[in-house]
Structures are given as structure tokens and as C-alpha cells.
Design a protein around this ligand. Structure first.
Ligand code: NDP
Length: 604
């Protein structure tokens, strides 16, 4: 009969799994079969701990006093061992400022030696590594993680939360692991210290520069000679930039899309686990919203609503969307003051007002079940992009007296319809995107979703209204093939990664070769993900090139989207590499050795 040292309701010190940190916890129950105590931490996390990982309050204080008196004479050998074995070391070194703050805080609690987390690794038994390099890389990582596991005091911890016991999905395991490190750090230290986009000064620049760039691009697109050298501010600026009727249409469009997003059609799915372990629910009905919007626009044309109005007032539409995005950002910033620690975005909480306003402080601002960020990311801008394209197609026919739209206009409309429809069809998969999982909702995304996307992504269609692009049949076929290839790579890469993350042991994915990581997640190292480290970006870029080529070579301006995408994806790639290096440490280094190029094989 096991000795039960603690009773339900006792307050004790519980070790945080994977570390030597002890936190005050309350005992909830003891399971005589598994010999595990279920305890609850102050932040509400429930875990099961072994008896050896629990100390009484009195015993802990005595131990702490002894540990302090011994700490100066710690064996150097011990220190060396703990340093060399942690897979997370690379990341700690790279974020040295954060580390210093953390170290100081942690010292106050207890002298700490963070050890790697011992977790069951996903075991894809069918994973075979084709090349010797791949094999070596994978084995090396495997050896390391196993060795580290053995070094845990007394074996593996039980990381499963009590409430989740019935659910053994890998995503749950991942959730636990992701929870561990943030919790090992006292809450008040979780502040954004690594500033992006040029820091405080940089974001002021972007705040002013981005809205002006869009305006300049729209002016240039509408000029008869759209050459950059002939850029002239005067003609369009003689026209008013503001129109209340246009503003009303923009607001109505937003409300219409909001109502569609709330319709009880489509399934409700769970998003990725948040840092508190909870998940949010999302209604997936983007594709239905697209169909209903298409019917509404079709109805308007049938009743002879002149959609070329959008072309004639394009600048005013832009300024209205810009104002809405600014007002929304202000609202988001104000409401984020009430957001709890768990609801804050890792990237937008520096304490600097302008920086946080730009990056967004709150991760998932919601009004009841209405998720403002997810809505803006997926609906008004993306569907609006297609409506604008269609309006440009009608404007082209009207202005050029055409019975049918030009082939270039049809290609641009068709390709972009495919891209948006695909995005909305796979809406659920976008829940794993960096924007949803990592970025706060502030000016950057609000402006991006509501003003940048619908007014710069439509630049090719807008350009074609007042310019011609004579494409030969050869070029038309070549451009279509290019778009199909780009789309195939883009879709395959995204779907494969999504399916693998959802269920790594899916038999349908057993052909994939992977590298294990110390977090329990694996990295795909074969197929498209073994070709370059961001095959989805490669596909995206090939498609963007096809769209631009549809507009011919007369001017640079239709290539604006392509240029932007190159800059964006290179930046995103750098951010992602940084995050992955932090998350996966040595396993990521191994992955980079096996898959050398990031986006463009042989070049980058
Ligand atoms: P990704 O979909 O590429 O996600 C990156 C994440 O994938 C990493 O953080 C990592 O997360 C995981 N990952 C990386 N390598 C591997 C691997 N080898 N095996 C398994 N998982 C891996 O990035 P984004 O969210 O930036 O992009 C999503 C899509 O949206 C892309 O197709 C992009 O082109 C598109 N996009 C298009 C834009 C446009 O304007 N056209 C703008 C923004 C995005 P983890 O391991 O934690 O799962």
C-alpha cells in the first residue's frame, strides 16, 4: 500500500516538469493506481506529479536555505553538464536580453538549473531517411533527445493535464510542451524585448510610409503613362480624396461581411492551443460567404448597378478603408488595456505605445464569439479584392468599348479568384498561420487586411483598365502553366504541413521522412519540405509572377505585388527561421543542414 503523504486541499511545492522550479500548488487528488498526485498551479494549470516532485512547504523552505548556502560552491562539472545538454540553449543565447531578465527573476525564486523537457517523441515508424546525411541528422537528434530524457531525475514526467487524459491527440501533447517554458518564467517577465520592423523608430516610419505608398501606387496605376519616372501627384489630387457616400459603402460592406461570418452555417473548429492551454472556437464559413457575396454582386449587376463606380472612385474607396483601419486600430489598442496576460500577443507588448499600437497588443480580440482578427484577415479584404477585380473588368469593357474583357484581364481575374477561393475553401488551415497564432491585432494587420490587400493586390486589374497587354497564345498558355505549377506547389506544401501537424501518425503521411525535435514535434524533411524550407512561399511567388506577367512588360507597376511579396516572404521567412531556431534548437540546425535553401533552390 503506497504512503499518501499529502491530502486533497494541501498546499505544497510542486516541481514544474522539465525544470528544477517549484511552485506553490494545491493537491486535488491522489491516484493509487498510477501513484500520481493531481495538483493545480496558481494559474489554473492542472498536472499530475509524482511524489518525488512534491515537497511540503516546510521541507521546501529548509531545502531552499541549504541550497542557498551551498550555491557558491557548486560543482563546476555539474554546471557544465547542464549547459551542454539543453537543446534550448541556442535560443537562450540568441535572445540574450530576455535571458538576462529571466535569469534575474528566476534567481529570486530559487537557484535554477533548467533541464530539457522529457517527453514522448512522435514516432513515425515508417520514417526512413533516404540519404546518409538525412539519416545521420535524424539519428543525431534522436540520440540527443534520448540521452536528455535519461538525464531527467527519475525518468519522465507526466505532462498530461488531468482534464485531457481521455484525449491523446498529438496536438494535445504539443500544447503541453508549449506551455512548459512560458510557465517556467514568472508572469511579469513576459514582455516583448525583441523589437521588429526597426523597433520604435522603425514602426513610426512604417506607420507613415505604408499608407502613402498605397496612395502613390494607385495614382501611378491610373496615369496614362504609368512609368515611375513620370509620377505626378497633381492630376488625381485635384479630385477630392474623400466621399461620404463611398465611406458609407465601405462600412456597409464590412457589416454585410460581418453578418455573413456570423451565419450559423459551416462547421465550428478549434484553433491552435493558446499559451494558457485553452483553444478558441472559429466558425468556418468563408467559402459560403464568398458564394453569397458573388450572388449579391451578380444581383446588383442584373439590376444594372454600375460597378465601374468602384473604378471611378477608387482613391476615395482607399481613403475610406484607410480611415476604418486607423479607427479600428485605435479601438483595438484601447480595448487591449483590459486584456489579461494570457490574451496578449508575444510580439506586441513592449510597453512602447507606438510600437504596441503598430504590432497589436491583444492576440485574439473578440466581441463575444466574433473574432475581429480572423474576420478581418479572411473576409472583407479578400472577398473585397475579388469584387474590385470584377468591377475593374466591367470598367475595362466600358472604357475601352469591349464586348468581352481582354485576355490579360481574364487571366488576372481568374488566377486571383482561384487564390482567394482556395484560401477560403481551406479557411480552417489558416488558423495555424503566423498572423493568427503569433501576431497581435494592431495597425499592421488591420491596415494590411482592410486597406493594403484590397487596394494593392488589385493593382494589376486596376492597371489593365487604362493600359493594354497584348498577349500571344504562346504567352497565355505559358502563363497559365506557370500559375498551375505555382498553385500546385503552394497547395501541396500547405496541405501537407497542416495534415502532418494535425495528426503526425496519419498512415496517409507515413511516406514522409522526418527529423524529431526535443519538443515532440517532428519536422518534415522529404518531398516539398525537403526541397526548400518554405515551399509554400515558393509556390506563392511563382503564382505572383504569373499574375504580373499577364500585364506585359511595359511598366513596373503591375509588378508591385510581386516585389511586395518577395520582400514580405523574405521577411516572414527570416521571422519564422528565428522562431523555429528558438523552438527547435539543434533539430532546426540539423534540418537546415539537410535542406539548405530557404525558398528558391540554388539561390536563396
Ligand atoms: P508557414 O505556413 O510556412 O508556417 C511556418 C511554420 O511551419 C513554422 O513556424 C513551423 O511551425 C512549421 N514548419 C516549418 N518547417 C516545417 C517542416 N519542415 N515540417 C513541419 N513543419 C514545419 O508560414 P506562414 O504562416 O507565414 O504562411 C502560410 C501561407 O500563407 C504560405 O503559403 C504563405 O505563402 C501564405 N501567405 C501569403 C501572403 C500573401 O500576401 N500572398 C501573406 C502571408 C502568407 P510549427 O513547427 O510550430 O508547426
Amino acid at each position: 500500500m503506497p504512503t499518501v503523504r499529502f491530502q486533497a486541499g494541501d498546499t505544497v511545492m510542486g516541481r514544474w516538469p522539465g525544470s528544477n522550479l517549484y511552485y506553490e500548488v494545491k493537491v486535488l487528488s491522489f491516484d493509487a493506481k498510477t501513484l500520481l498526485y493531481t495538483v493545480i498551479y496558481k494559474d489554473g494549470t492542472e498536472l499530475e506529479l509524482r511524489d518525488a516532485d512534491i515537497k511540503s512547504l516546510a521541507g521546501f523552505k529548509q531545502g531552499l536555505a541549504r541550497s542557498r548556502s551551498r550555491s557558491r560552491s557548486r560543482s563546476p562539472a555539474r554546471t557544465r553538464r547542464s549547459r551542454s545538454r539543453s537543446p534550448a540553449r541556442t535560443s537562450r543565447r540568441s535572445s540574450s536580453r530576455t535571458t538576462e531578465v529571466r535569469k534575474e527573476k528566476l534567481k529570486e525564486v530559487l537557484e535554477v538549473r533548467l533541464t530539457p523537457v522529457a517527453i514522448p517523441l512522435e514516432n513515425n515508424s515508417s520514417n526512413k531517411h533516404e540519404t546518409k546525411e538525412e539519416n545521420d541528422a535524424a539519428n543525431k537528434v534522436n540520440e540527443k533527445t534520448e540521452e536528455e530524457s535519461e538525464n531527467q531525475v527519475g525518468g519522465r514526467y507526466n505532462l498530461r493535464r488531468r482534464k485531457d487524459q481521455s484525449d491523446g491527440r498529438p496536438v494535445e501533447l504539443v500544447k503541453k510542451v508549449e506551455e512548459i517554458l512560458p510557465h517556467a518564467i514568472p508572469q511579469e517577465t513576459r514582455k516583448t524585448t525583441e523589437l521588429e520592423f526597426g523597433g520604435r523608430i522603425g514602426v513610426v516610419f512604417w506607420l507613415l510610409f505604408l499608407p502613402v505608398v498605397v496612395l502613390a501606387m494607385l495614382i501611378l496605376c491610373a496615369q496614362t503613362d504609368a512609368s515611375l519616372l513620370n509620377f505626378s501627384l497633381s492630376p488625381p489630387l485635384l479630385e477630392p480624396l474623400w466621399d461620404w457616400q463611398v465611406f458609407g459603402i465601405v462600412v456597409l460592406w464590412l457589416l454585410f461581411q460581418a453578418v455573413l461570418s456570423l451565419l450559423p452555417i459551416g462547421k465550428v473548429v478549434e484553433g491552435m492551443p493558446l499559451k494558457n492551454g485553452k483553444t478558441l472556437k472559429y466558425r468556418i464559413n468563408g467559402f459560403s460567404a464568398l458564394i453569397i457575396s458573388a450572388l449579391a454582386v451578380g444581383g446588383a449587376v442584373y439590376y444594372e448597378v454600375d460597378l465601374s463606380y468602384v473604378h471611378a472612385h477608387f482613391l476615395q474607396f482607399y481613403t475610406s478603408a484607410l480611415l476604418v483601419s486607423i479607427l479600428l486600430s485605435i479601438y483595438l489598442f484601447i480595448r487591449s488595456r483590459c486584456a489579461s496576460e494570457d490574451e496578449r500577443a508575444p510580439a506586441g507588448n513592449s510597453g512602447h505605445v507606438v510600437y504596441d499600437f503598430f504590432m497589436g497588443r491583444e492576440l485574439n480580440p473578440r466581441i463575444k464569439s466574433f473574432d475581429i482578427k480572423f474576420f478581418c484577415e479572411m473576409r472583407p479584404g479578400l472577398i473585397g479584392w475579388l469584387v474590385i477585380n470584377f468591377a475593374m473588368l466591367l470598367a475595362e469593357m466600358k472604357h475601352k468599348n469591349l464586348d468581352t474583357p481582354s485576355p490579360a484581364m481574364l487571366l488576372v481575374n481568374g488566377f486571383q479568384l482561384l487564390w482567394v477561393a482556395d484560401g477560403l475553401w481551406h479557411e480552417e488551415k489558416l488558423l495555424t498561420m503566423m498572423d493568427i497564432v503569433h501576431d497581435g491585432f494592431g495597425f499592421m494587420l488591420a491596415f494590411g487586411d482592410l486597406a493594403w490587400v484590397p487596394f494593392t493586390f488589385t493593382c494589376q486589374a486596376y492597371y489593365l483598365v487604362s493600359h493594354t497587354s497584348d498577349l500571344s497564345v504562346f504567352w497565355i498558355v505559358a502563363i497559365i502553366i506557370m500559375n498551375v505549377v505555382g498553385y500546385y506547389i503552394f497547395r501541396q506544401a500547405n496541405s501537407q504541413k497542416f495534415a502532418f501537424r494535425r495528426n503526425p501518425s496519419d498512415p496517409a503521411l507515413s511516406y514522409l521522412k522526418t527529423i524529431p525535435t526535443a519538443t515532440g514535434k517532428n519536422l518534415i524533411v522529404s518531398g516539398l519540405w525537403g526541397f526548400v524550407r518554405h515551399p509554400n512561399y515558393l509556390g506563392d511567388l511563382i503564382m505572383a509572377l504569373a499574375w504580373s506577367l499577364s500585364c506585359g512588360f511595359s511598366h513596373v507597376i503591375p509588378y508591385f505585388y510581386l516585389i511586395y511579396l518577395v520582400v514580405l516572404l523574405v521577411h516572414r521567412d527570416a521571422r519564422d527561421e528565428h522562431q523555429c531556431r528558438k523552438k527547435y534548437g539543434s533539430a532546426w540546425e540539423e534540418y537546415c543542414k539537410v535542406v539548405r535553401y530557404r525558398i528558391l533552390p540554388g539561390i536563396y
